[in-house]
Each structure stands twice: as structure tokens, then as C-alpha cells.
Design a protein around this ligand. Sequence first.
Ligand SMILES: *[C@@H]1O[C@H](CO)[C@@H](O)[C@H](O)[C@H]1NC(C)=O
Length: 517
Amino acid sequence: MMKWAVLTLALMGVAWAELAPPERSYKILMLLPVSSKSHRNVFLPVAEGLADRGHKIVILANHPPALNHPNVEEINHGLSEFNTEAMDLFAMRPDPAVVFKVLQDALPIIARKLYKIPKVKELYDRRKEFDLLVINHMFNEVVYPFAHEMPFITVATPGMDSRQSAVFGNVLNPAYAPTFMNAFPLPMSMMQRFLNTIAHIRIAATWRYFDVLPSVQKEISSQFPDLPPLLDIERNQSLALLNSHFTVTGVLPLLPSQVEVGAMHCRPGKPLPEDLESWISGAGSEGVVYFSLGSMAQGQSMPKKYRDMFVEAFKQLKQRVIWKYEVALEGVSDNVLMRKWLPQQDILAHPNVRVFITHGGLLSTLESFYHTTPVLAVPIYADQPKNGMNIQASGLGLMLVWEELTVKLIVNSLKELLNNPKYRATAEEVQSALRDQPQSPRDRAVFWTEYVIRHNGAPRLRSPAATLSWVEFLMLDVLLALHVAVVVAVYVLRRLVGAVCSRVLGSRSTGKKKKKE
Ligand SMILES: *[C@@H]1O[C@H](CO)[C@@H](O)[C@H](O)[C@H]1NC(C)=O
């Protein structure tokens, strides 16, 4: 049964219609100078997909080159102010505001230094040579000078972001659209809708008008005095590629200019290196548990008490464990294989890998859905609790909270995931829904990127809502006019009724008086 499902899906992949050949080779500049490694990883499939079609891609990032492609040039600006690998996420976990503070400090410095780097300045000077810019929408307002009088699109690396959506004129309704930082289960309670509404407003307002952008704007204005405000340039974006898919991340209303391309980095598994292959198949019918906290949270930053719990829990398993961990660790049992780097998708695709213990980053979450691997999510921060909640709600796995961890809880949760077939069954259902698309998400990203170039910024995609002011959008003027109309009508009516009554009563009382006389 499962084999057939896999085979049909493989055929479906092959059956995806090919894109028509491009009209010519475009020059595309991708700007993501303030990115985590996983944000960068969302850009790579887009860059690769475009480069494979003969377009010339230049990527400006804060990471060493990762693609070895003749059509891709990768420039690492080398500033170290935003280095997510140096962050201790576990230390930040109790107070997410710390991450915000890091950005608040780093962004103005990056804005001050970036355009003084010769290769960045040179790129800026020749920006008009490019047909299109592709910008990381999160944290990267510093590059908007590039986008002035240029067509550009954005990649929304965390998927839907209500703050960005509002810029397009698609203001999400906080009654059912949680911010990406809030893990509220749907439907939300009255209290949660209240908190969610506040969060929508607070996140947008503090970022744009109070704590972050004004200081970036100041730095940019001093270098580009004639430039329009950054927030005006931002409004001119033609399209957003969202790293989400409704099957995994939930259903929200989208404009034609908001295109879901989630799971575009996912691909069928490739054969594993021999040692890994024999370790995994050598586990026999008990199978393998795979444990990785992603590229940002280094395993060694995990507090010792939690690490000891996992070591102890793995001792009690009949399964073999593959653990992505950066340094050697003492006291680990023989059934555990530790490596600094692992080919995650190829491992998840292996049929003998039964459970994925993950921090629930968006890319890992999409991969687990794509490869039908049941999940034990231990979210650390940011959007991870929300992803973990989605995993649990969709029936793909379970979520644990670090502060509540015990050896027994880890073992029991793993046993439940390993022994109860419902998780794998749900995973297969979700996977077939996720893969059932008219074209691959990567082709869709390529199509819409080329579309914006073909149609000179595609102004026909713009929503009329984007040009409205808040007063117009929320219809405050119309509601006020209605209110005034009602007040006036009531006033007039009362006067009228009053006049009529006093006439009738008045004539009656004079009538009575007349009778008495
Ligand atoms: C807005 O974008 C269009 C193309 O998408 C471009 O031609 C125009 O110059 C841009 N306007 C500004 C102010 O950047």
C-alpha cells in the first residue's frame, strides 16, 4: 500500500508540466545581507532554479558561497554584526525580546557599513544592469536603496508575515490569523484573539515606527539624502514568494501577488554515504531515530541537564539514534551515532528512519511533512512553537516543552511515535496533499519571478487596497459619515415626532378646555 503511494507520487513528480523556455537570459540580483543560514537556504532553490534556465544570478549575502553553479556568483559582504551561528538560542529562549534587541543593535551598524564595502558599492553602482532584484523581506530594509526605481520581489522566508502582507494591501484578520510568533491554537479564545490583535499591531508598529527602522532610516538617509523613505520603497514590491504551504502552515487569504512556494527546497532522497546507509539499515526492524536542532541552534548550546536527559533516554531505546551534534560527547551509548553534519533530507527519506526529533524550524517542518517522518518537536523560539503546534494539531507528531522535559517523557513520547501507526498514516495523507500540485513549488517560484520581469514589474498584480490610507481601509470616514447620518436622522425624527405630538396633544387639550367652557 505504502509502496504504491510512493510510486504514484514519484510518477506525479515526473508528470509536472515543464515551463516554457525563457524569452532570454535575465540578470537577477538577490539581496540577503542580513540572513540566518536557514533564510539563505530558502533562497538557494530559487537561485538554482533560475540559474538552471540560463539566467545570471548574483547573490549578496552574509554567508560563504554554497552553490557551485556557473550562472551564480555569490558575494559574502563579510560583516559579522548579524551572525546567527554565534547566538546562543537557549540563552535567549526565556526572553524572545533578546533576539529583537540583537537586531535593533546590529541593523543600524550594518546600514552604516554596508555601502562602504567596495564590492557592495560596486554592485550598488551597477544595479540598473539587472532585470530584477529579489530581496529577503525580513530584516533587510538596509538594501532598499538598491530597489529605488527598480522592479523587485521579496522572498518571505518565514512564510506568511502579517506585517508584510499589510504592505500588499492584504491585512490579515487577527480573529483567525496568528502572528508568526504566536502559538495560539485555532479557533482562538476571546482572550487569545485579544492578545493576537495586540501582537499584530505591536510587532508592526515597534519594527516600523519605533524601535528598529527609524535608526536604519537615519543611517541610510545620511548616505542617500535624495532617496524616498524606506517604507515607501518597500510598498513598490511587485510580488512575494512565501515559504509556506496551506497543507502545513494553514489556510489564509492570499492576493495574486502572494505566491506560496513552501517545500521548494525539498527533494526526493539520494543514496546515503555507505557508512550511514549501513548504520541505518543495520538497525533492522526497530528502525532509527534522527535528532537535529537545525543549523542555527548548535547542539552544544543545549544546556547540560537537557543533553543528559537525551543521552539517558537514548540508552533506554531499542532503536538506533543519529544525532547531529558538533563536538564529541562522553557517556553516549553504543546505539547512538553522532556527527557534525548530516544529509538531513536523505536521512529523512530513508524508510528505516522512523522519528525525527527537531526544533521545528520551518524548513525542517516542511521536510518532515514531505518525507512522511513522524516528528517529536522540541521548539526553541520564534516561529518554532507555532510550527510544533501545527505538527501536533495535524497529527504528524508530538510537541514537548523544554522546561517540562524528563527522561521518562522523552522515552514515552518516542515510544508512542514509534509504536502507534496513526502518525505514519497521517504523515502519508498530509504528504500526498502537499505533493499534489500542478507544478513543483520551485517551478512556480521561477515562473512568477520571470513573470514580473516579462511584465515590467507586473503593475496589474497590485491590489487597490495597497494605495488606501488606514482611514480609508478601515472605512473610518465612511463609518463616521454613517454615524453622523444616523444621529441627524434620529434628531430630525425626534423633532418631527415632538412637533406632531405637541400639535395633537395641544389640540386635544384645547378641545378639552373648550368642552369645559
Ligand atoms: C516602482 O517599481 C517600478 C517597476 O516595478 C519601477 O519602474 C519604479 O521606478 C519603482 N518606483 C520607485 C519609486 O522605486
